[in-house]
Design a protein around this ligand. Sequence first.
Ligand code: 3PG
Length: 397
Amino acid sequence: KTLKSLGDLKGKRVLVRADFNVPLDGTTITDDGRIRAALPTIEQLRGQGAKVILMAHLGRPKGKVVPELSLAPVAARLGELLGVQVPLAEDTYGPDAHAKVAAMNDGDVVLLQNVRYNPEETSKDEAERDAYARKIADLGDVFVSDGFGVVHRAQGSNYSVAKFLPSAAGLLVEKEVKALSKATENPERPFTVVLGGSKVSDKLGVIENLLSKADRLVIGGGMVFTFLKAEGYEVGSSLLEEDQVDTVKGYMATAREKGVELVLPTDIVVADEFKADSPHQVVPADGIPADKMGLDIGPDSQKLFHDKIVDSKTVVWNGPMGVFEFPAFADGTRAVAQGLVDATKAGAFTIVGGGDSASAVRNLGFPEDGFSHISTGGGASLEFLEGKELPGLKVLE
Ligand code: 3PG
């Protein structure tokens, strides 16, 4: 159900669950992508004369009030972006939330304090979560689920609330679902999936699901060393999940059987230690010295990955190729991002999925419109790509 299904919202109190789980350095937001992604829904609701009551989590305070995880920096940034005051209620459904909502005029925006300050938000006990969600529901007339990044969770403010109010997906959730479905359900071919990030164990479901859909799987990041080990190479002191080597060997066999091209790096940037200023050098992928750790893909691999991406009609990318936070090891991630930008220009449909790759793209200075879609989901977009049923979407059906 989309926003339209909620009818005329003038004067209505609209509870909106957003994903404002942004990276913070103290109280400074280092990537406000998720806040900006929520603006279309908020603007549309304000335009309709609704009272917009926003709910969100920040971090994992585990049911306690952790002042460092207050949504105050989010309220401030949102206010700047919208050009209006966004008051922050001290609580999620307590006296201050009620007072602030009661004082709202049509078109006003209020943010409720971190929903995860309440132990019931993430309670495993459904009855407890429902009782809490009913209290939240008292604050609104309708519910809009727009926190795509949390749709893989069945929690109080994104799932249980939908049981007690007329509910619909917001514009962001709608856009994410359309984009990710377009890539996974009926991709124009060649369909290339680029995977990185530190752990192969985080990506097992995605690899399994996409092995039967993609034409090509390009692997980099920390997880690639488990693939190189499965190829029979030594990986020095690089990240390695020894217990996944056999699983990866199985994937390699499946890829061969199904005719899926598996692209691994041919050279690696290795360093003495995990440090921004560590001495480093480029070595062949089958020649990583025992005392070195791989922190990025090498220049030949960067060109190879870029070219494979450009030779695609659909590209889904999840996970950085190296330790992009250290400038010396950011070139692999940059080359992949550039590949997607070039593919987009050539008419391909390109998706950057996942928290880290989305932050990498923005922090490396790539324009957002260089890609067909930058997902705001981390775990949520991964689970979507795994083909799993997502409770936060299911409850809106
Ligand atoms: C995310 O950052 O991926 C989402 O906000 C979900 O956060 P969570 O993994 O703490 O539930």
